[in-house]
Ligand binder design. Structure first.
Ligand SMILES: [Zn+2]
Length: 339
């Protein structure tokens, strides 16, 4: 606002001064009205953002959340529960997770018992949201556990073809939730599927560059069976089973050390969601190397990291495996817009 000019002593000056004051007050008043209008306008805008009208979708794992965001785009309001780096097998839900689940219109989770704590909470909460186990869209490997008991292996995303099945399931669930956005969801799912198909053949090619005798995986927990079978690099040993809830016994550690020596694998792998202390000991006792890079097993990396999306996570793991086992890694480049 302009400065009010200095007063003049003469009567003409007095008059001028009144006029100035009048004009100034008028301006001030108009200014106040204008700013009041702006404030009320902006406050009505911000109340619109807080009361988001978009469907509220909740995803449990970081992998399901990433695929859901890619298909749902701006049409949905997505909340992912598990933070990057958290282990879904042993995750203990918080009171905030409970509120998030209660307010959801749709809950997408992995299933096959990947996230037991969250599944318990989901079933106990009074949420009216539809719940879809998108990981269960993939045919499970039934792993033979102790005493002839078989359980479905939850780590289906290791095979990129299974991630494509998950994308389909996510697309269907979103269309049911918000039919008016069907065109958008279908388009985005098709784009993503096209990229995943290229990723699938790329992984197979990368693994083929590893000398055949070295195409063997020893990992910390049993999360790479689907990856191993899809890309022909079998998992020959793990320290922990398919759930990290189990703790390995001294005999398990010893057995793994012996079998690593017998099979003759040169390198074994640590994982980002598990403390590497024990697998380091195994490597030392077996006289083999621990790969310099860790595998992302059950969680994406933090935003900005090299594994902050599903596609980047598969690339990062493939690089880790190929480089450690003596293959020739070439970065993945997807040609976009091909269907
Ligand atoms: Zn796992």
């Amino acid at each position: 606002m302009k400065q009010i000019p200095q007063a003049n002593a003469s009567s003409a000056g007095m008059h001028k001064r009144r006029v100035f004051f009048f004009l100034a007050w008028n301006k001030l008043f108009a200014g106040l009205l204008l700013s009041f209008a702006l404030v009320s306008c902006s406050s009505s805008n911000s109340s619109k953002t807080t009361a988001d009208r978009r469907p509220q979708v909740v995803a449990t794992s970081t992998i399901v959340a990433d695929l859901t965001q890619k298909v749902g785009g701006e049409e949905i309001q997505l909340t992912g529960i598990l933070p990057p780096g958290a282990d879904p097998h042993i995750y203990e839900p918080t009171p905030k997770d409970s509120r998030v689940l209660e307010q959801a219109d749709l809950i997408l989770y992995n299933g096959y018992n990947l996230e037991p704590g969250l599944m318990r909470l989901m079933n106990a909460s009074g949420t009216k949201a539809k719940k879809v186990a998108v990981g269960e869209a993939a045919k499970p490997l039934q792993l033979d556990r102790s005493k002839g008991k078989t359980v479905p292996d939850p780590h289906v995303w290791g095979d990129v073809k299974n991630a494509i099945a998950m994308v389909n399931a996510i697309q269907d669930a979103l269309i049911e939730l918000s039919p008016q956005d069907k065109g958008e969801f279908t388009y985005k799912a098709q784009q993503l599927t096209a990229e995943l198909k290229q990723l699938d053949s790329w992984v197979a090619q990368q693994i083929q560059t590893i000398p055949p005798a070295r195409r063997k995986l020893v990992t910390t927990h049993d999360a790479f069976q689907y990856y191993g079978r899809a890309y022909k690099i079998p998992v020959v040993g793990t320290l922990i089973g398919i759930s990290t809830e189990e703790q390995p016994s001294a005999q398990t550690v010893q057995r793994l050390v012996e079998s690593i020596k017998k099979i003759g694998v040169p390198v074994i792998f640590a994982e980002t969601t598990i403390n590497p202390a024990l697998i380091k000991t195994v490597a030392q006792e077996a006289g083999v190397k621990l790969a310099p890079r860790q595998l992302y097993s059950d969680s994406l990396g933090a935003p900005g990291s090299e594994a902050d999306s599903y596609i980047k996570m598969i690339q990062s793991n493939t690089r880790t495996i190929v480089e450690a086992l003596g293959g020739k890694y070439k970065p993945f480049t997807a040609s976009k817009g091909q269907n």
